[in-house]
Write a protein that binds this ligand. Sequence first.
Ligand SMILES: [Mn+2]
Length: 207
Amino acid sequence: MDKKIEGKDTLHDIAKVINKYQSFAIFCHISPDGDAIGSAVALRDAINLMGKTAYAFCDGAIPDDLSFLNVHLDDDESKISDVDVMIMVDCNSLERIGRFAPLFDNAKIRCKIDHHQMSEYVLDYSYTDTTSPSTCDIIFDLIKILGVDITNDMAQCLYTGISSDTGCFMHESTSAMSHFRSYELMQRVSIAPKPIIIYSSIKTEIS
Ligand SMILES: [Mn+2]
C-alpha cells in the first residue's frame, strides 16, 4: 500500500511525474552524507536507465569517507535551467540545497522526496515519510515502482544511505523493511560495502 504521510502526494504520484517528463535535475543537501549522495545518485541513474535524462547536483563534493562508492555527481550546471523537473532529495527546505536554491525555486516543476519534518516550503509534488529511517529506503521503493533494475552502483548507493542513516542498523528508526531492502541490495553488489567503513564515515561526520 502506498503511504500518504504529511506530504500531499504518494510515491506513485512521484513515479507518475517521472514517467511523464523527460529531463530531471536532482539536488541533495549541503554537507552531504551517505543518504544524500546515495539517494541523489541512485535516482539519477535509475531515471537515465529509463531512457530519460537526469543529473545529480550537490553544493559540496562527495566527502572523502564516501569515496569507496566510486560514483560521481554531475558538474555541467548549464544543463539545469532547461530540465522539465527538479527534485530535491533528503532535504526539507530550499536553504538546504545551498547555492542551487534560486534555480530550483524557478523550476517548471518542483518535487521533493524526503524523510525529515515538513517545512513551510510548498512544492508542486511532495512525498515525505517521516517514519522512513532514510531517504534511500524511499528511493528503493520508488525505483521498484518505476520498474528499473537496480545496478551495482545503485545498490552500493542505496545500501550506504540506509546503513548510514540507521547508524549501521543501530538506531531505533531501523525497520524490518530496512533490513529487507538491504538484503536485496547486498545480493546485487559485486563487492558489498562494509558496514565498518560506513560506520567510520558516520563517526567522522559526528566529530
Ligand atoms: Mn537522510
